[in-house]
Write a protein that binds this ligand. Structure first.
Ligand SMILES: [Zn+2]
Length: 233
């Protein structure tokens, strides 16, 4: 009785085990290591498909069909959700998404590349661009410019130049206004040139003329008095 029971138990056990391992459609390839029930990262292997492919379910609820070697060597550890979350994390690793610099970077890009931006006509519309490394990376912009000193704004030294490392600085509003004034057109002696063009023509720095105008000098005096002449006034 007990022997018959033991035999029956082992026979039934054998068939139960066979059924549990049975594949509905395809058998395991000969010599293939059975990965069913094994876990690889977020993936849990359910069934063998064919051609070295395993059907897996992911912790996120997704599914994936993965090659044996990609499971074994760790190349594939999720349905794709892992990479997505890593990418999302990398995007915010600078941890400065709420910072002033990040806001400045976003608005700089918008006015140069989005025709719908209200400032676009004065920037992108005039051919002002953001250099490629800044366009693609907030980190690159931050590395080149550094944190913004309190009260200063992003300024282009040559207002007709692009947003790029050599042409940008954090500047006070006064410095920005001087800079803009350098591009203001001034009529003198029947000719109309920008401050920068006058300075080039007269062989002085644009800042000299700009400073004189800011100090209230007349255009005539600002453009005609020799450099250093102000000492005698
Ligand atoms: Zn997933």
């Amino acid at each position: 009785m007990s022997i018959a029971y033991a035999v029956a138990k082992s026979v039934i056990g054998y068939y139960i085990k066979r059924m549990q391992n049975a594949q509905p459609k395809y058998g395991l390839d000969r010599g293939k290591v059975d990965l069913r029930g094994k876990r690889f990262g977020r993936l849990f292997v359910k069934t063998y498909v064919k051609g070295g492919l395993w059907h897996c379910v992911c912790d996120c609820g997704g599914e994936a069909t993965v090659l044996t070697r990609n499971l074994n060597n760790g190349n594939t550890r999720s349905c794709g959700c892992l990479q997505k979350s890593i990418t999302a994390k990398m995007r915010t690793t600078h941890g400065m998404s709420n910072s002033t610099e990040y806001h400045i970077w976003r608005t700089m890009k918008a006015r140069c590349s989005q025709p719908t931006d209200c400032n676009y006509p004065n920037y992108g519309g005039r051919g002002i661009k953001v250099c490629e490394q800044w366009q693609n990376s907030f980190e690159a912009f931050l590395a080149d410019m550094g944190r913004r000193p309190a009260g200063l704004t992003l300024d282009r030294i040559d207002v007709n130049g692009d947003y790029e490392p050599g042409n940008c600085r954090w500047a006070t509003t006064a410095e920005q206004n001087t800079n803009r004034r350098n591009n203001h057109k001034i009529e003198f002696g029947g000719r109309t040139l920008t401050v920068t063009q006058w300075a080039r023509e007269l062989g002085v720095k644009p800042g000299l003329i700009a400073n004189r105008l800011r100090a209230g000098w007349s255009v005539h005096r600002a453009l005609s008095q020799p450099r250093g002449g102000s000492r005698h006034d």
